[in-house]
Design a protein. Sequence first.
Length: 365
Amino acid sequence: MTLQLNKKEVSEWFKVRISKVCVQQCTVGSNPTLSVFTIQKEVMLKDLLDNKECFKLVCGAGNEDAEEVEKLVTIYSLAGCNFFDLCAKPEIVDAAKRGLERAGIKENRYLCVSVGIDGDPHITKAIIDQNKCVKCGKCKLICPHDAIIELDKYKVKKERCIGCMQCANNCPKQAIEMVSQLKDYKEVLPKLIEKGIDCIEFHAISTDEKDVMDKWLQINDFFDGMLCISIDRSELGDKKLKERVQKMLSIRKPYTTIIQADGIAMSGSDDKYGTTLQAVATAQLFQNANFPAYIMMSGGTNTKSIELAHLCGVKPDCLAVGSYARKIVKEYLTNDNLLNDQNLINEAVKIAKDLVDTIVGKNND
């Protein structure tokens, strides 16, 4: 059974934890700076969540374009974003760190990597079967992330494909297959943890209960910091969904986990109420369950999400925005000169800041 503590008691527990780490590491004569700093960052992240001042930018769990990630983190860090969701690759974490360096802001900025499971669209990549392709070009026109290029034939730029499946779903010849890029956690996680990540997000989107729990236990064995459970209603009914999350939380201390209540992944590029309905419904489900965890809304989110959530009596601790946040600064992301032109950066930051301020402001109303 999960220990029932309120948020204030958990904050006190974190402070005691810092003291114990200091004493323990000083006793053995090692350098306590890194471990204590890591725990202090956890406390600061929890403060942002407690005060509903957290805005998470989803750079894309499948977005391996290091240059774009660096640009996104530069822009949105200057705009006030404090939480960044990244592809689980060391080079992408490095790119995000370069973005923070360019922005000159390291205080209260947190990096999260997303890891998936078999069946999770976020970790799939499109592959075009050249024997079936008739070169109609529909895939290139419909791709929201400019991941398909036309040379002598149509090809997918793997680093830019985010697994949205729009090309596969709309191909008239069914010439496009989505292929999982799942890697062994034992290979992936140690390298990422060495980079100093602040959070790991686990996409628990599967009907295979054993596989979900096995991977969740692996993550907990590797990482002692803040964890995030990304889950939606596409695979399980409400009862089983709550049972799964309750089981996952049972091995965690209270309020050391974020439940990312997902709507429809990668669907929020338009600023409309309709795209965010499922995210609100999923968040409401977990809010009513009263689990000892933070609630974050994601999947189809935009500027309308907090307003709709509040109308439904849902009070998320954080909002994560991906497709829409990337779309509104796309013209700057595609500009090769962006990082060398302060005027361009300032223009992009102004657009991004309007989004961040609108969402954080509404969430505190």
